[in-house]
Design a protein around this ligand. Structure first.
Ligand SMILES: C[S@@+](CC[C@H](N)C(=O)[O-])C[C@H]1O[C@@H](n2cnc3c(N)ncnc32)[C@H](O)[C@@H]1O
Length: 232
């Protein structure tokens, strides 16, 4: 259709209306938000200071008391230490990472049990992942993404969990880096992000942390609303 033929009621030429529209601020378009970090380049260069060589101490500690079963997603799984810790305790775990080199690195480790690694973008997941997981385990993915994408992060986590599924997060509250990543987060912001679809089931300060992160992390367990999956 010729746009000019559709403007009979306009008192101004269509051209000026189009200009006006293009000047309006966009409300929200996450596709426009570019992550300044090229994660693939970081892995290719071996520039991965977050890789401590073993699973997050707070996760290890939790698993000794509360084994996690069922389908688990670990977004931003990097070298996969958390994935394998979860798999060792009997879960079927999917490690997701944007970087193909991170996925390749994770696959170099001996299998721990039921784990898979998939290269992909948390913000562009296949529809088949909707409602697929009993648990999502978060550790240093949320603090790595641009803060402007946090609403999309919460939407992605909500989308992949089953009703009654659990989001277990170790949030990095106040990293020492002057500018992220890692980006810190306030408790109020976390609550605002998750309170409409989740209920907070537990919250604690981990007694174990990687060196330099002591006292800077908080663990939270959020249960997604809907029918509770009592078998997991
Ligand atoms: C700081 S690293 C942490 C890796 C891992 N969680 C760990 O503690 O070793 C952040 C990870 O998130 C991945 N990542 C960043 N944005 C992502 C996205 N949109 N989707 C999936 N993974 C992403 C990066 O490639 C990187 O491996």
């Amino acid at each position: 259709m010729n746009a000019n033929t559709n403007s009979a009621s306009h008192s101004e030429p269509l051209g000026s209306a189009s200009n006006l529209l293009s000047e309006l601020p966009k409300l929200s378009d996450s596709a426009d938000i570019v992550d300044p970090v090229d994660w693939e380049v970081r892995y290719q260069a071996g520039d991965t200071p977050w890789d401590e060589g073993y699973a997050a101490p707070a996760l290890t500690e939790f698993l000794t008391r509360h084994p996690i079963h069922g389908e688990v997603l670990v977004p931003g799984s990097g070298p996969g230490h958390d994935v394998r810790a979860l798999a060792t305790h009997g879960a079927h775990v999917t490690g997701l990472d944007l970087s193909s080199s991170a996925i390749a690195l994770a696959r170099t480790y001996p299998p721990a049990g039921g784990e898979d690694y998939e290269q992909g973008n948390l913000f562009a997941l296949p529809e088949s992942w909707n409602g697929r997981f009993d648990w999502v385990f978060e550790h240093t993915c949320f603090c790595a993404i641009p803060p402007a994408l946090r609403v999309e992060y919460a939407q992605a986590i909500t989308g992949v969990l089953k009703p009654g599924g659990t989001f277990f997060a170790i949030f990095y509250l106040n990293p020492s880096a002057p500018s992220g990543p890692p980006h810190g987060v306030a408790l109020d912001e976390i609550t605002d992000l998750f309170k409409s679809d989740f209920e907070l089931q537990g919250e604690w300060l981990p007694s174990e942390a990687f060196e330099g992160r002591e006292g800077r992390e908080i663990c939270q367990l959020w249960r997604k609303g809907g029918l509770v999956n009592s078998t997991k």
